[in-house]
Write a protein that binds this ligand. Structure first.
Ligand code: F6R
Length: 242
């Protein structure tokens, strides 16, 4: 496990974007596993900037997102599809046929989990999976619980996650209670994993993830077992590690 310290959010974003940029440069047809939320916004801005400067080509890149709220369609500004369009896809030369997210409008949850799992399997392995870290230690929407989930699941959001994510919605009531998410098994199958963590409010959970027991009660702790994981974290997030 590598831990790269950045001074602040902006430096974290740039360092992590550089890792994704080098993946794209070294393997132009990479499969990238992507994340949403506040953590990767700056990272995507850097990728878009480097694309505009002619340094990156997304034409052969394939993507598979970690998760999507169940109940939100593509036009909903809080859907992760919308987020990805807004922050990355609409600004670069990615082929939208190569972009994959769970379908938030699916009526049959089990069927959608099976479909998305098959999509992930059909890609022949994720080359680089980007992750943020939830305040409760979740990765994707794999919330603390009794087991490490294997495949794609329709996950019930933990109360802490509803509280953390309500800032994006007009009211708490509007936060969807369920989301489709890659399972821990899907995430751990990625060849490389890049985790970005920023802010003092994540310092405690980050320390648990990096140095604590490996337990499904802290889902991100499983990353200690991954053979090629890099954490890029800002100084505030790493403040309890000194
Ligand atoms: C997002 C995702 C979540 C977030 C996590 C951190 O696709 O899977 O696990 O990475 O909730 O969110 P932020 O970055 O908003 O603190």
């Amino acid at each position: 496990m590598k831990i790269i310290k950045a001074a602040d959010y902006n430096e974290m974003s740039k360092k992590a974007a550089a890792i994704i940029a080098s993946q794209i440069t070294l393997k132009p047809d990479s499969v990238l596993g992507l994340a949403t939320g506040s953590s990767p916004v700056g990272l995507y801005k850097n990728l878009v900037q480097w694309y505009n400067e002619g340094l990156l080509d997304f034409s052969q890149i394939k993507t598979v997102n970690l998760d999507e709220y169940h109940g939100l369609d593509h036009t909903n500004e809080q859907s992760y599809f919308y987020f990805m369009q807004d922050n990355l896809f609409s600004h670069v030369n990615i082929n939208m046929e190569n972009v994959n997210l769970p379908d938030g409008t699916a009526e049959d949850g089990d069927k959608e989990c099976a479909r998305y799992n098959a999509v992930i399997q059909s890609m022949g392995g994720v080359d680089l999976q980007l992750l943020g870290l939830g305040h409760d230690g979740h990765i994707g929407f794999n919330e603390p619980g009794p087991i490490f989930t294997k495949g794609v699941q329709r996950a019930k959001l933990a109360e802490t996650t509803i509280q953390a994510n309500k800032r994006f919605f007009e009211s708490e009531d509007q936060v969807p209670r369920y989301a489709f998410s890659m399972g821990i098994g899907n995430i751990m199958a990625a060849k490389k994993i890049l985790v970005i963590v920023s802010g003092a409010e994540k310092a405690k959970i980050l320390k648990e993830v990096l140095t604590g027991d490996i337990t499904p009660e802290v889902p991100g702790s499983i990353l200690q077992y991954h053979p090629d994981v890099t954490f890029v974290c800002d100084a505030d997030a790493l403040s309890l590690m000194e």
